[in-house]
Ligand binder design. Structure first.
Ligand code: GDP
Ligand code: MG
Length: 163
């Protein structure tokens, strides 16, 4: 059985961009608009020593803030159940949001490995700003740029060590 790695996080943080970056194809739809309907997306990633199944959570309809939070809770619970490793993606350009705090609170209860990943860290300046995410009370923060392929390989190496 291949391990399952699930990407969770708010709409528009770059989950599908990261999914495509890791899969190596433009398989998931990337969109500037938070809340375009997208299905859950699965791919078998075989180009590493330990192959795994990558899950891009999406399926957000145009929603209110309440509905968005509810869907995030559902997606996170599902990932907590079915995944072996969870990548919790956040957005350096948006900064830490109440929704991020809420999901982080849920993930604290999981005994599975959770990677706290801040995306859109495209350069040095924003790298320093990303330190605010330590307010989540986490030990390790991974900063990446899925769009510019920064930090993704290191993240994958660390994930591989846990599979
Ligand atoms: P999702 O809703 O979480 O799946 O987010 P998407 O992957 O659809 O991306 C939302 C927007 O963020 C798109 O406009 C992406 O091009 C943009 N984006 C994704 N990753 C990065 C990144 O590393 N840096 C920057 N600057 N933009 C990014
Ligand atoms: Mg998406």
């Amino acid at each position: 059985m291949k391990s399952i790695v699930a990407i969770v996080g708010r709409p528009n943080v770059g989950k599908s961009t990261l999914f495509n970056r890791i899969v190596g194809e433009r398989r998931a739809i990337v969109d500037d608009m938070p809340g375009v309907t997208r299905d859950r997306n699965y791919a078998v990633v075989e180009r590493f020593d330990k192959p795994f199944i990558l899950v891009d959570t999406g399926g957000f309809e145009p929603v209110t803030e309440d509905r968005m939070l509810q869907q995030m809770r559902e997606q996170s619970l599902l990932a907590m159940e079915e995944a072996d490793v969870i990548l919790f993606l956040m957005d350096a350009k948006q900064g830490l949001t109440p929704a991020d705090n809420e999901v982080a609170e849920m993930l604290r209860r999981v005994t599975k490995p959770v990677f706290y990943v801040v995306n859109k860290v495209d350069g040095e300046k924003i790298e320093n700003e990303a330190a605010e995410f330590y307010a989540l009370g986490i030990e390790t923060l991974h900063t990446i740029s899925a769009a510019h392929n920064r930090g993704v390989r290191d993240l994958l190496d660390e994930i591989q060590e846990l599979l």
